[in-house]
Design a protein. Structure first.
Length: 512
């Protein structure tokens, strides 16, 4: 292990913004500073929702230039993490054939039906272990079959791999993100060839697999010239799915933890050594995504703070009272609102699309015979109570299906700043919640780079010990009447997720 300080650039693209963050790593020292932040604004063209990938790439170049100017010392390497499932198609000469389509676009509406005709949901899950989500890459590819872009494509690169290719000129497919395509066998950690053959998907479109810590090339000369970085500067494969990096960034000190990576989505679950591919796991809609160091991210995707973000966007557009757009004031009012007055299913696909979110929440309450929220504060409280309830259910189900005991919940990502959500999650789960770090994905990205460069050593426990000793954390203890959460769950048909049935917080039996 090196005794000097190293600097690593983490490119971290989220659904609403991108950042280039510089991490400084030395023995017993780990700090971050943001070099550059830029917006991520999707654009609808001819009825299709696209990512503005060229704008994002320019933001990355600007960020790398800012990183080069932010320290007198050179960077050691660069790592890239982004959201999952989306991709760009390249011609034989490397030209991008079309702007990547956003996963929230409606083109995949009927794709699951087409897939089910060729491969039953049971067979698809047994082969890949991936949660059914209508925007999974496999459904996107089925929806794109016969289109000019896919027909002409020579290469398919997932978003972080596309960015890496533009920076280095060397194509590759990083495993943690590839596992979200629903085309990876979680037992072999390689392509699920029978699935691809059954669906008519050409796996030769994907370049060879890479693993976190593998070299991913060095910066091209034109990139060096534009950013002011010095040569040779390597790009290192990290957990390129941002959740994979965020789970590395969980500062757990014992193995009996659950995690919730919060932001636009909430990804709630456990870190396992092997996948859970049972029919019960499929019915509970759990995913087995690949993690760093051969781990499995056994989790459920929950709608997350997207619901609140969309509500705030609507209230702002409609000029509905000042507290509708002042998030701090809104959360303070929500904390005073009647708890668990109304709850909705935060996993309902009805909440995936943008626009009119308050109306959709009101309709869900009306449909289940609950009071309809009347104000932004009541709607906000409904959203946060519902997210806490969804967190509780996901962690309880993950523990039950895997046979694991959970004694603490770690919340990482942007949601750590939402103290009301953190406290409600502790109350709902009946377990202590440790909140932080907010920049878990960037930290996980930096840690994998640092280990690959020899700046630090050890496995995930050692990486997490460094996080625990260097990052600010806050603990929330459960409060209030836990049975009130049981009654709220029953309103949504979640009667199986009660404290008695789950054992949440039980020191003797696994959670369920």
């Amino acid at each position: 292990m090196s005794t000097k300080e190293h600097r690593f650039a983490a490119v971290d693209l989220g659904a609403s913004s991108g950042r280039v963050i510089v991490g400084e790593v030395a023995p017993e020292r780990l700090t971050l500073h943001e070099a550059h932040r830029f917006p991520n604004q999707p654009t609808r063209v001819l009825g299709t929702l696209h990512w503005d990938i060229l704008s994002l790439y320019q933001g990355i170049l600007n960020g790398l230039k800012a990183a080069a100017n932010s320290t007198p010392h050179p960077l050691t390497s660069i790592g890239i993490d982004t959201w999952a499932v989306d991709y760009g198609l390249l011609a034989a000469d490397g030209t991008l054939l079309a702007n990547p389509v956003h996963y929230r676009d409606t083109r995949t509406t009927h794709a699951p039906e087409k897939v089910a005709k060729a491969l039953s949901p049971q067979a698809l899950y047994a082969a890949t272990g991936i949660q059914h989500l209508p925007f999974n890459t496999v459904y996107q590819l089925i929806a794109a079959q016969g289109t000019p872009a896919l027909t002409a494509a020579h290469r398919l690169l997932l978003i972080p791999d596309l960015i890496s290719y533009w920076l280095t000129g060397e194509p590759g497919t990083e495993l943690t993100n590839a596992s979200t395509t629903q085309l990876i066998d979680p037992r072999t950690r390689d392509w699920a060839t029978p699935v691809a053959q059954a669906l008519g998907i050409d796996l030769t479109l994907f370049p060879p697999l890479r693993h976190p810590g593998d070299p991913a090339g060095t910066l091209r000369q034109d990139v060096l010239a534009e950013t002011g970085l010095t040569t040779p500067l390597p790009v290192t494969a990290v957990g390129s799915h941002d959740t994979a990096s965020a789970v590395v960034g969980v500062p757990a000190t014992t193995p009996d933890f659950a995690y919730i990576a919060t932001g636009t989505w909430s990804l709630a679950g456990l870190e396992l050594d092997a996948p859970v591919l049972t029919e019960a796991s499929r019915a509970a809609n759990f995913t087995n995504e690949q993690g760093v160091d051969g781990t499995v991210r056994y989790l459920r995707n929950i709608m997350g703070l997207w619901m609140l973000q969309e509500c705030v966007r609507t209230w702002s557009a409609e000029n509905i009272r000042a507290t509708g757009t002042d998030l701090t004031a809104l959360l303070q009012e929500a904390a005073q609102a009647t708890p668990l007055r109304s709850v909705v299913d935060a996993g309902d696909p009805a909440f995936i699309a943008p626009h009119h979110m308050p109306d959709r929440i009101a309709e869900a309450c009306r449909r289940t015979g609950q009071p309809v929220p009347r104000t932004p504060a009541e709607t906000t409280r409904c959203v946060l109570d519902s997210l806490a309830l969804a967190h509780r259910r996901a962690i309880a189900d993950a523990a039950r299906l895997s046979g694991r005991t959970v004694r603490a919940v770690h919340i990482v990502g942007g949601g750590v700043h939402n103290t009301l959500l953190c406290q409600l999650t502790a109350d709902a789960c009946g377990l202590p919640v440790i909140a932080g770090p907010a920049e878990a994905a960037a930290l996980g990205n930096v840690l994998v780079q640092a280990r690959a460069a020899g700046a630090i050593t050890g496995g995930l426990p050692e990486l997490r010990a460094l996080l625990h000793s260097t990052q600010p954390l806050r603990q929330y203890e459960p409060t209030g009447d836990h049975s009130a959460w049981d009654r709220a769950a029953a309103r949504l048909g979640d009667a199986q997720v009660t404290r008695a049935a789950t054992g949440l917080g039980d020191e003797e039996e696994p959670c369920a």
